[in-house]
Ligand binder design. Structure first.
Ligand code: KG4
Ligand code: ZN
Length: 353
C-alpha cells in the first residue's frame, strides 16, 4: 500500500511517498521538501500569510517530483495523508485542501495526521527501527515532552515543559545574540567557536523530582548576560554565550531523558523534533545512554525538522495498527491547536525519578 503525505503546518512544504511492508516499518520511496527560510529571513520569523501563499506555489510541483522519483503514477497512491494540526491555520489549509481534493479525485481515502505524532514516529524512518516499548523525547519549536511509548497510538506523558519549549529557548536566545531566524541552527553553529563553561547559566528544574522542564528562566539569564556585555559584544563573547546557552539546554534535556529511562526501566530512547538535529545534544545523549546500557534512536538528520515523510509514515503506521479513521469525500477541517492526547489518551505518569 502506498501513502502520499503532505506537510504544510509551518514554514516547510514537504511531500513524500511511503510504502507499507509486511515484514517491517513502512519504507520511504521518495520525498521532497521546500524550506521557506529565505522567504521569512528578512522578517526575523515566520509570516503566516506569506507561508500559506508559498505552500500553494510549492505543493503540486513537489508532489509531481516525488511521484516521478518513486517511478509511480497518481493512480498508484492508495491513501493521501496530510498534517491536520497543530500549526498555522492558513498553512495547514493548503496541505489539507490539496490532499483531500486529490484523494476525492482519485476515489481514494484521506487521513489527517497529528504533526507531533509524525515527529514522534519519525525514528522509524532510520536505518534501524526501534522496538516498543520506549521512551521518547519530543523537542520541537513548540513542544518539549518526555513520553513513554508502548506502541503506535499508546503514549503516556512523563513530563513536559511548564513554559518555553527547548526550540523556543534556542530561538529566543539566538535573537538576543543578534542571530537571525531560524535561531536554533544559527546558535548551534556559533556555539562551535565558543567555550560552554564561559558563562554560568541556570539549568532550570535540573534536580527537580519530576520530569518536567522549564526554559523561561534560562532565556532571562541569557538576556541579562547579553545586556551586561552590551551592543559592542566581541565575537568571542558571543560565541561563548551561545555555547554556554546550548550547554545549559542540552544538560537539562539529557539529564531528564536519562532519568526517564531509569524510571521507566526501558532501554530505548527515541529523539524527535527539530532540536533533535542538535549535534551537541546527540553526542551528550549518546555518551549518557552508553553509561546506562541504553540505545538512542534518531530520525535521519534531514528528517528531524518538518517533512512530508513523517506524515506519510505516521498515516501508514496508524493504518497498519487499525487506528486510522480515514475520510472519504471532499469535507475536511484543520486543527491549529490540537493537544496530542486527543488522538492518544495520555495518562500523566508521576515519577519520583
Ligand atoms: O520540529 P520543528 O522543525 O518544527 C516544529 O514543529 O516546531 O522544530 C523547529 C525547532 C526550532 O525551534 C529550531 O530552532 C530548532 O527546532 N532547531 C534546532 C536545530 N535545528 C532546528 N535547535 C538546535 N539545534 C539545531 N541544530
Ligand atoms: Zn515540527
Amino acid at each position: 500500500m502506498k501513502v502520499l503525505g503532505f506537510e504544510s503546518s509551518c514554514d516547510e512544504t514537504g511531500v513524500a511517498l511511503v510504502e507499507t511492508r509486511l515484514d517491517g516499518p513502512p519504507r520511504l520511496l521518495a520525498e521532497a521538501l521546500h524550506s521557506q527560510v529565505a522567504l521569512h529571513a528578512a522578517y526575523g520569523g515566520v509570516v503566516p500569510e506569506l507561508a500559506s501563499r508559498d505552500h500553494i506555489r510549492r505543493v503540486l510541483p513537489l508532489a509531481r517530483q516525488v511521484l516521478a522519483e518513486a517511478g509511480c503514477a497518481l493512480a498508484d497512491v492508495d491513501l493521501v495523508a496530510y498534517t491536520r494540526g497543530p500549526g498555522l491555520a492558513g498553512a495547514l489549509l493548503v496541505g489539507a485542501g490539496v490532499a483531500v481534493a486529490l484523494a476525492a479525485a482519485l476515489g481514494k481515502p484521506a487521513l489527517g495526521v497529528h504533526h507531533l505524532e509524525g515527529h514522534l514516529l519519525s525514528p522509524f524512518l532510520g536505518d534501524e527501527a526501534p522496538a516498543f516499548p520506549l521512551v521518547a523525547l519530543l523537542v520541537s519549536g513548540g513542544h518539549t515532552q518526555l513520553m513513554q511509548v508502548e506502541g503506535v497510538g499508546r503514549y503516556t506523558l512523563l513530563g513536559e515543559t511548564i513554559d518555553d519549549a527547548a526550540g523556543e529557548a534556542f530561538d529566543k536566545s539566538a535573537k538576543l545574540l543578534g542571530l537571525g531566524y531560524p535561531g536554533g541552527p544559527a546558535l548551534a553553529r556559533l556555539a562551535d567557536f565558543g567555550d560552554p563553561t564561559a558563562f554560568a547559566l541556570p539549568r532550570p528544574l535540573l534536580h527537580s523530582a519530576n520530569l518536567d522542564f522549564s526554559f523561561a528562566g534560562l532565556k532571562t539569564a541569557v538576556m541579562t548576560q547579553a545586556r551586561k556585555l552590551g551592543p559592542n559584544i566581541c565575537e568571542q563573547s558571543r560565541a561563548d554565550l551561545a555555547a554556554s546557552t546550548q550547554a545549559a539546554i542540552v544538560d537539562v534535556l539529557v539529564a531528564k531523558s536519562l532519568r526517564a529511562l531509569k524510571a521507566s526501566g526501558h532501554r530505548r530512547l527515541v529523539v524527535a523534533g527539530g532540536v533533535g538535529a542538535n549535534l551537541r545534544l546527540r553526542e551528550t545523549l549518546d555518551a549518557g545512554a552508553a553509561r546506562l546500557g541504553a540505545r538512542i534512536y534518531y530520525p535521519p538528520l534531514a528528517l528531524c525538522t518538518d517533512n512530508g515523510a513523517m506524515i506519510a509514515l505516521a498515516a501508514a503506521l496508524r493504518l497498519q495498527h487499525g487506528l486510522a479513521d480515514v475520510q472519504r469525500g471532499g469535507a475536511f477541517d484543520v486543527k491549529p491547536r490540537w493537544p496530542l492526547d486527543e488522538i492518544a489518551p495520555m495518562q500523566r505518569k508521576t515519577t519520583d525519578a
